[in-house]
Write a protein that binds this ligand. Structure first.
Ligand code: ADP
Length: 455
């Protein structure tokens, strides 16, 4: 069958929803295509935190921040491989994007708490209610329905269509039951298909290090379709070898552990010998490599109730906590000895490590790994100990876009009619995406893509 819209958007994650809402707001007729039975992609299963500089929460908390500092942190965090101009666009527009989520989409953000993910100079990550992307996706979906935008789930985009001049003017898709559907686009097509973390073959093609030995935190739909489709109409790719692992994931399933966000409030990492081996607030790539260098290629994260009372991750992520306990990879122990014995760590060695941590907590100086926030006293139980492995989490590379999210070809020219936003693009994060920057990227550029495609 054939259908015609002004704007066709591929992929219903954070970027796709934002693009759809903005395009509709600008007066365009819009269809949003999603290949999975349900919407949300990686955005849904993420922690949902979003960086922005100078937000209402920073103001309330008295935190000084600036667009310059946000841009600088982002660039530096990716070894200055990102495009400075594009990073600037992100930093300049993320605050308005966050306000849009709050005011127009009615996303509830915590009013008195921000995360400071690794690599950021200040606390700048807004935290949605429930600490997951579900708050974002639920509210975006509600708005989509309110605005009467057509959403087609179980509808996989297969191919971009072009006219004689090379302008992208439609999408060929496969619907439920294998039906072929052609979506004509009067104005433009937006690719918002996310990354390729769940596609092992594609990972290996661009960086052989990330083979089967890694599981992934990613949604099953993250298979790089948008990259392949755009390439077929001449799109340039960049930074494809940069693949990020998240250091602390479930060793059984590969799923990211949000309970382990206690790391940002002082939890430590130890190896099977009960020894620390890395600064716990280091960059994700550094921690992941350090974990893989330990015997067995895994680590344990350890924290006590005092730290748990600050981070509240066990309460907020109760379902995940129960699952981890059931799988035998997380254990709550009254004493340190009991925590050590559960995972067959030498209790004496672990006690020595904690004694050192307590000493450094008191002096305010971590002489071993220079913990940047300062270690916390862990003399009192109960304790939580969780086994963890790194898992593929984000693919930094992808399509080259310009400031108005137009997709560029190998010659550095715009491909007419084609826009892209979110993880499918490759120009922002360089070698390493900082925490809270994926949502900022998806929402900020998703909105721009929607506005531009509707012109
Ligand atoms: P972003 O954060 O960039 O928005 P997400 O991973 O949150 O990325 O969302 C990408 C969405 O795109 C996912 O829901 C995924 O299932 C969907 N998707 C991927 N490939 C296709 C395709 N070929 N056709 C339709 N939807 C797709």
């Amino acid at each position: 069958s054939e259908q015609t819209y002004d704007v066709v958007i591929i992929g219903a994650g954070g970027a796709g929803f934002s693009a759809a809402l903005e395009a509709k707001q600008a007066g365009a007729s819009v269809v949003l295509l999603e290949k999975m039975p349900t919407v949300g992609g990686n955005t849904l299963i993420s922690g949902g935190e979003m960086n922005a500089a100078g937000t209402w929460v920073q103001q309330k908390m008295g935190i000084k921040d600036s667009v310059d500092l946000f841009a600088e942190d982002t660039l530096k965090g990716g070894d200055n491989v990102g495009d400075p101009e594009m990073v600037r666009v992100l930093a300049e527009n993320a605050t308005a994007a966050a306000e849009w989520l709050k005011n127009d989409i009615k996303v509830n953000f915590l009013e008195d708490h921000l995360f400071q993910f690794g690599g950021h100079s200040v606390k700048r990550a807004l935290i949605p209610e429930g600490h997951t992307g579900a708050e974002l996706i639920t509210k975006l979906k509600t708005k989509l329905d309110d605005m009467g935008i057509d959403l087609k789930t179980n509808t996989k985009a297969e191919k971009l269509l072009t006219d004689d001049s090379g302008k992208v003017n439609g999408v060929e898709a496969t619907g439920a039951n294998g039906t072929k559907i052609t979506f004509h686009a009067n104005k433009g097509v937006v690719i918002a298909t996310g990354g390729f973390g769940s596609n092992v073959e594609m990972r290996k093609q661009y960086n052989p290090e990330f083979d089967e030995k890694y599981m992934t935190t990613d949604a099953p739909g993250s298979t790089g379709d948008g990259i392949v489709m755009a390439q077929a109409v001449g799109a340039a790719l960049t930074n494809m070898e940069s693949i990020q692992t998240y250091p602390v994931c479930n060793p059984v399933t590969g799923v990211i552990s949000l309970v382990a966000d206690s790391r940002f409030d002082g939890a430590i990492l130890v190896n099977q010998s009960g020894k620390r081996f890395v600064e716990e607030l280091e960059r994700r790539d550094v921690i992941s490599r350090a974990i893989l260098a330990q015997k067995g290629g895994y680590a344990y994260q350890l924290w006590n109730q005092d730290i748990g009372d600050i981070s509240k991750t066990v309460e907020v992520h109760k379902d995940e906590y129960d699952m981890l306990v059931k799988e035998g990879v997380l254990y709550k122990a009254d004493t340190l000895k009991e925590a050590a014995e559960f995972f067959k760590i030498d209790p004496k060695a672990l006690q020595e490590t904690i004694d050192r941590v307590n000493k450094f907590a008191k002096s305010g100086k971590d002489e071993d790994f220079k913990h940047r926030a300062g270690l916390k006293d862990m003399s009192k139980g109960p304790y939580y100990i969780e086994k963890a492995v790194p898992s593929v989490h984000h693919t930094m590379g992808g399509l080259v876009i310009n400031k108005t999210t137009q997709v560029m070809n190998e010659k550095g020219e715009r491909i007419p009619g084609l826009f892209a936003a979110g993880e499918v693009t490759g120009v922002i994060h360089g070698t390493n995406r900082l925490g809270g920057n994926a949502i900022a990227d998806a929402i900020t550029f998703g909105r721009i893509a929607g506005q531009e495609a509707a012109k």
